[in-house]
Write a protein that binds this ligand. Structure first.
Ligand code: DX5
Ligand code: ZN
Length: 219
């Protein structure tokens, strides 16, 4: 199954109800919510309060991408706010296996993300503990950046690891994905595609998402 996860980072929050409705009607599979703390990444977004409020606007799975230091301090709050998938960064905690197991124990899907400099090999001893692996194809922190080409090789490596050891695990890619490279990202082996600017920085986010869905139907 190929999933589209629109990232609300690029959405217009003055009109967030309509923006969510548009991508939901167009067939979004999950909503990607980027949490930034100004420390792990040089940008700030929102915390559990906003996610709890957004929860009232959509039944779609909430895919929370935590770009924060010491994520273990906050995962309970995000789970209580309504996060279904909680993804933290390998680089942001000393005890990734413990946190993955903890996420499952509180009923969340356990996700781990790798920045562009972190090799896929870092997942070798924890892949069975993951429900989602998120390969960052840009340096996290901002929407609208260019896809880093080396990411294709990382996606292929992650696909091989997942197929061999944990085939149910989702393989998500985030950053610089749009109509021009979506096919290649699929071909490399990803099954879940985060898209921010290529959906929301357009006049009609619903139509933009439908165009991506059409591409996925043809691969
Ligand atoms: C960036 C975030 C992304 C962001 C992607 O750090 O993790 O989810 O919204 O934006 P685009 O799709 O514009 O690269
Ligand atoms: Zn993200």
């Amino acid at each position: 199954m190929l999933r589209i996860a629109p990232s609300l980072l690029s959405a217009d929050f003055a009109d967030i109800r309509a923006q969510i409705q548009a991508v939901q009607s167009a067939g979004a599979d999950q909503l990607h919510l980027d949490v930034m703390d100004g420390r792990f990444v040089p940008n700030l977004t929102w915390g559990p309060k906003i996610i709890g409020d957004l929860r009232k606007l959509s039944p779609l799975p909430f895919d929370c991408h935590l770009m924060i230091v010491e994520p273990e301090r906050y995962v309970d709050a995000f789970r209580k706010a309504g996060a279904d998938i909680i993804t933290f960064h390998y680089e942001a905690t000393d005890h990734a296996q413990r946190l993955l197991a903890y996420l499952r124990s509180i009923g969340a899907k356990a996700g781990i993300s790798l920045c562009p400099q972190t090799p896929v090999a870092m997942l070798e001893d924890i892949i069975e503990d993951c429900d989602l692996v998120l390969i960052m194809s840009v340096n996290p922190g901002f929407g609208g950046q260019s896809f880093i080409p080396r990411s294709y090789e990382k996606i292929r490596q992650a696909r091989a690891l997942i197929d061999a050891r944990n085939p149910g695990c989702m393989l998500e890619v985030d950053g610089g994905i749009g109509a021009s490279n979506l096919r290649e990202v699929v071909a490399a082996g990803a099954d879940t595609f985060v898209m921010g600017s290529s959906i929301f920085d357009t006049p009609d986010p619903g139509a933009a998402l439908e165009a991506m869905r059409t591409i996925l139907a043809q691969v």
